[in-house]
Structures are given as C-alpha cells and as structure tokens.
Design a protein around this ligand. Structure first.
Ligand code: PLP
Length: 383
C-alpha cells in the first residue's frame, strides 16, 4: 500500500531539481570566505543563491541573511531588532497564535523586563487591525505577526498591519515560513521590515532559513563570530543547503499560480467530503482567508493522537495541529486562542497538502476516514 503524505506543513521532501543543485556543492563546496580560487567559486555560488532569493522577495541581495532554520530567522528578527532598538522603549507586540519560535523569543524579552502584548484573535483566527493599532505606543519597538498560521492556515492582513506599524514608527516582522510557495512574498507590497522563511517548507533542505532585513533596519546579531552574513549571522555558510534553498524557492515561485489553483481544488474537495461524510466536525479558520493547502478539522469527542495513530496505520500521514504540539494532550495554543469548544479542542487534525498530492489520494482518504473515525468514536467494548 503506498502511503499518503498530508503533512507538508511539517516538512516537505527535497525535490530532485533541488538535490541536483546541491550535490556539486556538497561534494566540493569550499569556504566562501576564503580568498583562493576555490573560495571565490564558493562565494560565487553563495552570491547567486542570495541574488535569487532577493529577486523573489523583491529585495536587494544585501538585505538577505541566511540562517540555520526558520526558527533562527524568527529569533534573530524578534530578539535582534528589539535589542538593537531598546532605547525607543521596551515594548513588543505579537499575537497569541504565533509559532513557538516567535512566542518563546518574546518570552525571552519578557524575562529581561520587556513588556509584551500578545493580541488575541477572533474565532476565525484573525487579528483585529483596530486592536493592533491600539496596542502600539511610542514605546513600542517591534511588532511580529505571522503571514500564515502553521496550524490552521489563516492568513493575516499583514500589509494592512505593517502600514499601521510603519505610520507609528514601529518595526514590523512577519513569519512567512508557511506562506512560501502559496502566497506572494514581495516585501514592498507587504510593507514589512523583516520576513522569515524556512527552506524545508518548500521542498528545499532542512537546516536553512532566510531572514529578509530591510535596508537600515536596526538588528543586533544573536550569533557572533567571524562576521559572515553581513555580520548578522556568523558561522561558515551551509553552502549546499543555501543553494538548494534558493533553487527550491525559485521553483516554488515559478509554479505558484498553478500549484495554488490545483491544490486549493484538492483541499476544497477534501473539506467538502469530510463535512459531508463525518458528523460533528468543524473546519478551523472557516470564513477567514486561508492557505490553499491547509485543512484543519476539529472532530468532536475524538482524541487527535488516537486518530493520528489510526490514520497512520491506514497509511495516511497527518498531524495534530502542529508537529510540536503532537504527542501532548494539551490543546494547542492556537485551538485555545480561537476558542474551540471543549468537545472539539482535543480533536484537531491538520491535513496539509502539497506539490505531490493527487486527487486519487484525496479520494482514498475520504473513502477510509469514516470507518477510522467510527472505530474511535464508538464506545469501547470490553470483552
Ligand atoms: N514558523 C512557522 C510558522 C513554522 O511553521 C515553522 C516550522 O514548523 C517555523 C517557524 C520554524 O522553522 P524551522 O523548522 O526551519 O525551524
């Protein structure tokens, strides 16, 4: 039985074209900081990757910093910008549904005496722009609001929020890790000062992140050393990984329009099927703009871990909310923030589709799901 992978929001696998771009540099990748010919060739590969990423974001190469993960890009943005601008005031604004990379970065600042505003979201998962504007003060240094949520796929009105922040003199960071390949990432259209990406979410290798840093944005390095990446992220660059990241982003952007149309249709088919076949199920984020590949379904009276195990046995890989929250019996912070009723809170399953998902796979999931759920929902029989 071939398996059905519906966990593309957790990670994607490296596509062949990306591997092809990486292999020569894995085998014979030298140090881009070396002066000799080998080093200069490595520098040329690094520069080319940086130029590609910059072009896709509508940025200058100088504004691109490669990091070791999306997490690292988020932490550098939040902690680095806050610390570099602490004299303005020690207040940051974020939301209750950010990825833990941002949430724990603001926790760190809070432990250092910063004031943190964590804005709530409505039942659809959206931040209220008026509440965002009201949260900003002359002491606010930075605001960080994700472009698309990793659990429920809800897309925030980032361009509008960034405009408000800019008018108030507040730096604006967005975590666009889940958005790459699905939404436009033009940093000027978004109006953001800082934007994070993670290569492994768009068929690039793991262990490579990108932070866009608008020219003139104050940022304090969080990893110091040899001064690589414009002095903002020291450490010899992961050359093969960075080349793979750039190639993957290039392909994802070139294929974006077609992928969005195809995958949204598959997701809608899965969503309609689940709603028609399964009683007592909610779609998280319904009524809000959502990523085309995300379906977060809350099944009443079903523990998501049991459901995930049953799905796995059926050959279907999905996730409970987010990969990080999986395995814990606590409802995720996102499920709590959107105010899911208690019956539904522990039964959230995230199906995240991707480039390789097919109609046959969606049909197969819909064929098997009712029996899987019935087996879990039925009262246990003791023999
Ligand atoms: N931000 C979001 C929204 C994510 O979904 C993830 C990954 O799950 C990250 C940040 C962290 O990225 P990485 O896995 O590269 O550290």
């Amino acid at each position: 039985m071939s398996r059905i992978y519906l966990d593309h929001a957790a990670t994607t696998t490296v596509r062949p074209e990306v591997l092809e771009a990486m292999l020569p540099l894995l085998g014979a990748g030298y140090n881009p900081s070396s002066i000799h010919a080998e080093g200069r060739a490595a520098r040329a590969a690094l520069d080319a990757a940086r130029a590609t990423v910059a072009r896709i974001l509508g940025a200058a190469p100088r504004e691109i910093v490669f990091t070791g993960s999306g997490t690292e890009a988020d932490v550098l943005a939040v902690v680095g910008a806050a610390r570099a601008r602490a004299e303005r005031g020690r207040h940051v604004v974020t939301t209750a549904i950010e990825h833990h990379a941002v949430l724990h970065a603001v926790d760190l600042l809070e432990a250092e005496g910063w004031e943190v505003t964590r804005l709530p979201v409505d039942e659809r998962g959206l931040v209220d722009p008026a509440a965002f504007a009201a949260a900003l003060s002359p002491r606010t240094t930075l605001a960080s609001v994700m472009l698309a949520n990793n659990e429920i796929g809800v897309v925030q009105p980032v361009a509008e929020l960034a405009r408000v922040a800019r008018a108030a003199g507040v730096l604006f960071h967005t975590d666009a890790v889940q958005a790459a390949g699905w939404l436009p990432l033009d940093v000027d259209a978004l109006g953001v000062d800082l934007l994070s990406l993670s290569s492994h979410k768009f068929s690039g290798p793991k262990g490579v992140g990108v932070l866009y840093v608008r020219r003139g944005t104050p940022l304090a390095a969080q990893i110091v050393g040899g001064g690589q990446e414009h002095g903002l992220r020291s450490g010899t660059e992961n050359l093969a990984g960075i080349a793979g990241c750039a190639r993957a982003l290039e392909l994802a952007e070139a294929e974006r329009a077609a992928a969005v149309a195809r995958v949204a249709a598959l997701r809608d088919c899965l969503e309609r099927g689940i709603l028609a076949l399964i009683p007592d199920v909610l779609v998280n984020g319904a009524g809000a703009p959502r990523l085309p590949n995300n379906l977060s379904a809350a099944f009443a009276d079903v523990p998501s871990d049991a459901l995930l195990i049953r799905l796995d046995l059926e050959g279907i890989a999905a996730s409970a909310g987010s990969a990080c929250a999986a395995g814990s019996l606590e409802p995720s912070h996102v499920a709590a923030a959107i105010g899911l009723a208690p019956r539904y809170r522990l039964g959230v399953i995230r199906f995240s589709l991707g480039r390789t998902t097919t109609q046959a796979e969606v049909d197969d999931v819909l064929r098997r799901l009712p029996a899987v759920l019935e087996g879990i929902r039925a009262p246990a029989t003791v023999t």
